[in-house]
Structure formats: C-alpha cells, structure tokens
Ligand binder design. Structure first.
Ligand SMILES: Cc1ncc(COP(=O)(O)O)c(C=O)c1O
Length: 410
C-alpha cells in the first residue's frame, strides 16, 4: 500500500485486497463490463450464471444454490432468514467473541458487540470458543473435540428444556475476531450432529477466511475433514477484491423452503453484471497465479520463522495458523497465559512506525493477526519477522533497563 505521499507500507492484514491491491486483471474486468452494461439484477445477465457455476466448482456438490449480495452482513442476514424459514425455529448458537456483521440481526448474534450494548437476547446461545491454547479445554485435554462439542450439546439440551428451538449454529470456519483460532478437526462434524438432531442447520461464515486463504483448501471449513459439509456458507470481503460483493451458498432443500413462502428474494445491486465480472476475475487470478499453493508455501515459512521467534522471545506464547491465516498469541506469563495486551499494542505501533501494518485481535487484544493479501511474498514474510524480532529485542532491553517485569521476565 502507498500513502498520499507515495510512502510504501507492507500490508499484513488486508484480506479484502485478496489478490493484491488494484490487481490489473480485476480492474480491467470491472472497466470492460462497466463500458458494456451494469444494471439492476432484475435484468438477467449471463455473468451471474457463469459466476454461480464457477463458485459451485469450488464447493461440495450439495451447495448448489447461490444468492448474491453486497456485503458480508447482508449475506449473514440472509443466511439467518434461510435457516429460520427452513427449520421454522428461531434460536441461534454462536461462539463467544464472534462477530458476524453490523445489521441489527447480526449484532444480536455477535457477542463481540452485544456484550457492550443491550446484551444477550433470549434466542441467542453462546458456546465456548474451541481454543485449545487458552480456552476451556486445552492441548493437554484428552479429547478437546468431544469436550467442546458436548458444550454445544448441553446448550441445546438446556435451551430445549426451556421450550426453545434451535434454527442454526452460526460460526466462522476459523474464528478470527475471537483470536485467530483453529478449531480442532472433527469439532464441526460433532457439533453438526447435535445441531441437526435438534432440527437446526450449520452455517459456516467464510467472510474472512475463504477463497484459498488457508492454502490446503479453498474453503476453511474443509480443514475439518472431507466428511464435513455445512448447510449454508456465507462469503464476502475477499470475494470482490475490494468491490462490494457477497454470496450465500446453500442446498436445494433450504432454498426451496425459502422460496415456498412465495416471497421472492430480490436484491437490486446483488449480482449485477459488473460485480459478477469482478468475482469471476478474482477466481481467475487465484487460479492463474496459483495463490492457494502460494498461501501454503509462504504461510508455512511464516509459521516456521515465527516459531523460531517463539523460542527466542518468551512473550510469544503460541503461534497458530494455516496458510496465510496466522495468529501470534502474546502472553505476560507462561503459567496463566495472561494476555500481553499493552505489549501487543506497543509492538504493532512500532511496526507501523516502520511502515508495516499489523493488528491485534482476540478478547484480550493480544493476538497478532496475519491475514495479508494472498500475493504476500517470502521476502515480505522474512522482512516482517525480522522487524518483529528487532522490536521485541528492543522492548526486552528497555524493560530490563527499567527493571520492569513484563516482557523480560516471562
Ligand atoms: C466474520 C465476519 N462476518 C461478517 C462480517 C460483516 O461483513 P461486512 O462488513 O462486509 O458487512 C465481517 C466483517 O468484518 C466478518 O469479519
């Protein structure tokens, strides 16, 4: 990225500029379609069909119906409507600290927001984050998958005793705002079993983490295993490389139940010819530039070098991730794993002074989050890790000279 004075920044966090800021193929696709036609999606256009077909090739066969929208929030709101219409239930289970969008309906299912507002609605149920580093069940637990899934099962049973009915389990495939968490493989399958038994559906929010970011797979939910397929998938952010575009993919059965009301789904701008041309161009670039394989290669290198830093700097408690979705958990002490919030803030501030953009997430705002544009290179990775090393070394020296006991004593 460049600022108004032409100063160059290394962007380690912008997962919207997925294939790179202002990628020429995407700009060209938008321009060419704009010169030809852009209009209300009530007028049929091949781009929408072509785009839905291309997206369907990235997903399990069962997810074959597509709705196009203009933002991640719109997509999640529609997912909620689909789930409720299909199940005829109202309640939603979400993970703690989750964020699913800014609409009224989504603030209600985002503990990250509603805890600071009006609080939890009676139809919302909050399950613990399946975080094996600082969560309820950790790496030393014999079966964290079952333990975390049983938490959801207990929530369902408790809700049912109160006469409540579960419409959906709504989850980010990799909880990002929650602290760059990688749920243990098999957790979604077990949760889906409990949720389906209760008559609900499984909604995977891929708005931050989809489109090949995790490297090994195109979709992050696929990290759970081939035997797992959500009932609804929502997409946003990277889908249009900055252009407002979003999508909901679901099954024929759910779409039919939604259509059965006779109330049509209509969205003026969603899936217009320009948006779809852009969506297609993004998919083309991901393929043409082998960005999925690139995410694996650079992501593995970034993980490896960050883990080397973990040995050197005791403030680094955990390095976790997959592809170009990585979290570095900063702690004050090994025993309690107390979030090193102030130190994390100090580190990202000093990085910014060196023209590197990185930010923090998690309830303790102590997890460094890496989710760079997918063109992030080995040199970029090397540069950011070397700079982090330099800054942490400086912070440790300053801490020693001031006889503080935070950064240096862990
Ligand atoms: C996981 C997740 N879901 C949904 C949204 C909402 O997307 P939008 O801001 O495009 O409405 C966001 C935005 O940050 C998000 O991170």
């Amino acid at each position: 990225m460049y600022d108004e004075n032409g100063r160059q920044y290394l962007d380690c966090i912008n997962n919207v500029a997925h294939v790179g800021h202002c990628h020429s193929d995407v700009v060209k696709a938008a321009h060419e379609q704009n010169q030809l036609l852009n209009t209300n999606s009530r007028y049929l256009h091949d781009n929408m069909v072509d785009y839905a077909e291309r997206l369907s090739k990235t997903l399990p066969e069962k997810l074959c119906i597509f709705y196009f929208l203009n933002s991640g929030s719109e997509a999640n709101d529609l997912a909620l409507r689909l789930a409720r219409q299909y199940t005829k239930h109202q309640d939603v289970i979400v993970l703690d600290h989750a964020y699913h969008g800014h609409l009224t309906s989504l603030i209600d299912i985002s503990p990250y927001k509603f805890r600071n507002l009006e609080g939890q609605k009676e139809w919302v149920h909050v399950a613990p984050v399946p975080d094996t580093y600082r969560g309820l069940y950790r790496e030393d637990h014999e079966d964290p998958v079952t333990a975390y899934a049983d938490e959801v099962k207990n929530i369902i049973e408790h809700a049912q005793k109160r006469g409540r009915k579960i419409a959906a389990f709504f989850v980010e495939s990799l909880p990002s705002v929650g602290g760059q968490i990688i749920p243990p493989a098999g957790y979604f399958q077990k949760v889906a079993e409990h949720v389906h038994k209760a008559g609900g559906v499984f909604i995977a929010d891929e708005i931050q983490v989809g489109f090949g970011r995790v490297g090994r797979h195109f979709w992050a939910f696929q990290l759970q295993g081939e035997d797992f397929i959500p009932d609804i998938v929502t997409m946003g952010k990277p889908i249009g490389n900055g252009h407002p575009l979003a999508c909901v993919a679901t099954t024929k059965e759910i779409a039919e139940a939604f259509a059965a009301t006779g109330v049509e789904y209509f969205n003026t701008f969603g899936g217009n010819p320009v948006s779809c041309a852009i969506g297609l161009a993004v998919l083309d670039v991901i393929e043409k530039e082998h960005l999925q394989a690139h995410a694996t290669e650079v992501g593995n290198f970034l993980m490896k070098t960050l883990k080397e830093q973990q040995i050197k700097h005791p403030i680094i408690g955990d390095v976790r991730g997959c592809g170009l979705f990585i979290g570095v958990d900063l702690i004050k002490d090994q025993a309690e794993r107390t979030p090193a919030t102030a130190e994390a803030e100090e580190l990202i501030t000093r990085l910014k002074e060196k023209y590197i953009l990185l930010s923090t997430d998690g309830p303790g705002r102590n997890v460094l989050k890496f989710k760079p544009p997918m063109c992030f290179s080995m040199e970029d990775a090397k540069f950011v890790v070397e700079t982090i090393d330099q800054i942490l070394t400086d912070m440790e020296k300053e801490c020693l000279s001031q006889k503080k006991t935070t950064v240096c004593s862990t």
